[in-house]
Design a protein around this ligand. Structure first.
Ligand code: HEM
Length: 777
């Protein structure tokens, strides 16, 4: 109201002003008996005869309907100040022409500034827009009355046929006018069952207002009029809102809108239609299963509030281990997390990890099925994913007694040294050229060469055809496995390989298969030619020929084991080296301390050797602290083989358990300043919770420190990995000072994927600090 009321400056009674032009009309069935009376304002004859009415009908949507109608004395049933039904209902309708001021249709075109000036038929304070609405209503009433007189019956609104007014909330053009007519009619019209009898209260209200206006002398007439308009507006808008909710209005709205289904089917996303349906079905099934479980009163560990279908997926980021850790600080060290249809018990402290790795070791000695399994041509031979059973035990024995035994690792000490020297030479070259290098890339090349040489006596850099192809395959598999985890989340969805990741893995594995066939035949030929046993392939081929063994190692078995050695042994070790160097660069005092220790024990005149490593406790501490903060495989997946209890909660057979090594290694209840890089914590010369002097502490016997997992399925490559890590880092620190490229600190952001690598490449400058002749074989 402020605008209209601000305009009030002089008292003038509207009824007195317009009485000469008022004409009364009666409506409804009782027309003639004076039941419902309306006052209609007629055009002033001299203006009506002119080129246009002063009401500017031609400028509004009511163009061409001029004639008798003006304003009912009490402004029946319309809104004021331009907020009327027409304008609100029809954005951009032709009713308001461009350039025409909104809410000004009552102003005579002859009056420049309007408002009660000469030539205006309305007092200056009169509200501007309701006129059209009121007029259309009154015309409707008039036509209805005329029709009744002519036909005796009314079956619909005559206004519908000629006015074609569109309203946003009803699809039928003009329907609201019909409803307004109904509102104004004191009794429902015969034959129009659509209007409720209850909405006929508006006319009575209007009459009350009219009478009150005439009688009352308590306020200025302008205020009375505006108050009346307020009241009428409220009632009419309320009635319109009710009409909007009628079944017919809703039905019309529904017919107007396309369904979500139609949108999906018509759109470019139609290929997502079936996956979405499947996801929904899976979600519903898992929900039913969950509620069935809760009805059975099976106690469940704490769990965040889940969403239908996706469960807790919305709480998980691509760095899953960090999301789990954050959730565990809220929901405790043993929680239930659902990703789509897959539920996992997540373990985040050493005490519960001990139950999985030690107390119930054999019950958790299996791996859950992964999304990739259906596309895994090695699914029955891959050591790391095989179910616990006779064949897995047989392969584990081969790993621990033959290819990854301490004896075998020692046999390859020279190979490790050669590969380390090659790496250091690359850094010398960079130092001489003053160039920066991506240390991560160089570490990766080195571990690849090392594994290739140990497994099949070939190097990536010298045998481009074979080993670089293996490297490419291994990298591809690791990368795509991230995609597979989505199908994994929706267990049923993986069958459909929605994202095509399964097919890509299969293609890579077929490449690997062909490559391995070539390498195996080459080795077989060499063995037939009397070559002595040199590498892991020779060992495995010998075992495969063993007729006395009750389990046979097939060619497929050899390939599966090799794939595991490549997948498990390259990324993990190079990523750990990268983190170790990055932490040392961010902690120069630790770097200096390590250099001091190596200088003291080894000096600057010879290159550090594996035999020096036991005398370098700070080096051990640095590697341990690195693996504590950055375990290369931060999550360990296990499947429960028998019903059992963990942390007091019953765990059903086939349940999936995820041990979050990352969270355990950073548990603030087990570690002081858990997130800080403090290698000294491993130097304390007493048996403490961490067990520094416990030689088993890297083998998963101390369950607050589990970088290699634990129990039967713990990492079989831990011995090899630690040998490589110690001597390589020692050489890199002994021979060079390091500067970070372009910043004071290395960005330590952790990336997604199985091997928690650094997000940003570790680009740094080596500065030689030993005589280059030291770096020689
Ligand atoms: C820093 C280096 C490494 C780290 C941090 C690491 C960590 C791990 C972890 C956490 C597991 C899962 C253990 C569990 O389920 O409890 C694992 C499994 C495995 N690792 Fe490693 N690993 C490393 C290096 C290696 C190397 C060098 C090899 C072999 C050349 C290797 C071969 C394997 C294999 C074959 C498995 C599967 C064992 C099974 O399923 O029974 N790893 N590793």
């Amino acid at each position: 109201m402020p605008e209209a009321r601000d305009r009030l400056s002089r008292a003038e009674h509207p009824i007195a002003t317009y009485r000469p032009r008022l004409r009364s009309i009666t409506l409804g069935e009782n027309a003639g008996r004076g039941d419902t009376v309306f006052f209609v304002l007629e055009d002033e004859p001299e203006l009506a005869r002119g080129s246009g009415t002063p009401f500017r009908w031609r400028d509004t949507m009511m163009t061409g309907i001029h004639g008798t109608v003006g304003v009912a004395a009490a402004s029946a049933g319309a809104t004021r100040r331009g907020r009327g039904v027409h304008r609100r209902g029809i954005p951009g309708s032709p009713g308001i022409r461009q350039g025409q001021n909104v809410g000004q249709e009552n102003i005579s075109p002859t009056v420049g500034r309007g408002r009660g000036g000469r030539g205006s038929v309305l007092p200056y304070w009169y509200p501007r827009t309701p006129l059209r609405d009121i007029t259309s209503v009154v015309r409707a009433i008039e036509r209805r009355s005329r029709l009744r007189e002519g036909e005796g019956l009314q079956t619909g609104s005559p206004i519908l046929q000629d006015q074609q007014v569109h309203y946003p909330f009803l699809s039928t053009p003009g329907a609201p006018l019909e409803h307004i007519t109904c509102m104004i009619s004191p009794k429902p019209t015969i034959g129009t069952s659509r209007c409720s009898a209850s909405i006929g209260k508006v006319p009575k209200l209007l009459l009350d207002i009219t009478n009150k206006d005439e009688d009352s002398g308590c306020s200025t007439p302008q205020k009375m009029l505006l108050n009346s308009i307020d009241t009428v507006e409220k009632v009419v808008m309320e009635e319109l809102r009710k009409l909007k909710r009628t079944p017919s209005a809703r039905k019309a709205e529904r017919e107007k809108k396309p369904t979500a289904m139609a949108i999906i089917i018509d759109s470019q996303f139609q290929y997502l239609f079936f996956p979405i349906c499947i996801i929904l079905v899976v979600g519903i099934l898992s929900f039913i299963k969950k509620s069935a479980n809760s009805k059975k009163n099976i106690p469940l560990p704490p769990s965040p509030a889940a969403l239908p279908v996706i469960g807790h997926l919305h709480l998980l980021s691509s760095t899953l281990h960090i999301s789990f850790k954050n959730l565990s600080s809220k929901y405790g060290p043993f929680m239930l997390i659902r990703a789509g249809a897959t539920a996992s018990y997540v373990v985040s402290n050493g005490a519960i990890a001990k139950e999985v790795f030690k107390t119930h070791d054999i019950k958790f000695a299996a791996r859950p099925e992964f999304g990739s399994s259906d596309y895994q041509i090695y699914k029955d031979t891959l050591f790391s994913t095989l179910d616990y059973g006779k064949y897995w035990i047989f392969l584990k024995k081969i790993c621990m007694m033959e290819i990854l035994s301490t004896q075998q690792i020692n046999r390859f000490a020279d190979t490790r040294r050669e590969e380390m020297i090659d790496l250091l030479r690359i850094f010398v070259k960079k130092a001489e050229e003053g160039e920066g290098c991506d240390a991560g890339v160089e570490f990766m090349a080195m571990t690849n060469n090392l594994i290739s040489r140990m497994t099949m006596s070939t190097r990536c850099s010298t045998n481009v055809d074979e080993t670089s192809e293996i490297r490419e395959v291994a990298k591809g598999i690791t990368r795509i496995s991230g995609l597979l985890s989505l199908g994994e989340a929706f267990t049923l969805l993986k069958r459909y390989d929605v994202f095509g990741a399964g097919r890509k893995v299969k293609a890579l594995l077929l490449r690997f298969n062909a490559l391995m066939d070539r390498i195996i035949s080459k080795h077989e030929m060499e063995i037939r030619g009397g070559k002595r046993e040199k590498d892991m392939m020779d060992i495995l081929l010998r075992i495969s020929e063993d007729k006395t063994s009750d389990v046979k190692l097939t060619k497929a078995g050899i390939k599966g084991l090799f794939l595991d050695l490549f997948l498990g042994g390259t990324d993990t070790t190079s990523v750990a080296l990268q983190w170790a160097l990055a932490e040392l660069l961010n902690h120069p005092e630790a770097l200096k301390k390590l250099q001091g220790e190596i200088d003291k024990i080894v000096g600057l005149n010879r290159l550090v050797e594996e035999s020096d490593v036991p005398n370098l406790p700070y080096l051990h501490a640095v590697i341990k602290e690195t693996l504590r903060l950055h375990p290369s495989l931060p999550l360990v997946f296990r499947k429960c083989r028998e019903d059992c209890k963990i942390n007091g909660f019953p765990i059903a057979k086939n349940s999936r358990v995820v041990v979050n090594l990352y969270a355990i290694n950073r548990d603030p209840n087990a570690w002081e300043n858990a997130a800080e890089f403090v290698p000294e914590r491993f130097l304390i010369n007493t048996i403490n919770a961490i067990g520094h002097d416990d030689p088993e502490d890297m083998k998963g016997q101390n369950f607050s420190y589990v970088p290699f997992g634990g129990g039967r399925r713990g990492c079989p490559g831990a011995g090899l990995a630690t040998s490589v890590l110690h001597v390589t880092l020692a050489g890199v620190i002994q021979c060079f000072d390091w500067k970070i490229k372009g910043a004071d600190k290395v960005n330590m952001e952790e990336g997604a994927g199985f091997s928690a690598a650094m997000v940003h490449p570790l680009v740094c400058y080596p500065i030689l600090r030993v005589n280059p002749s030291v770096i020689a074989i």
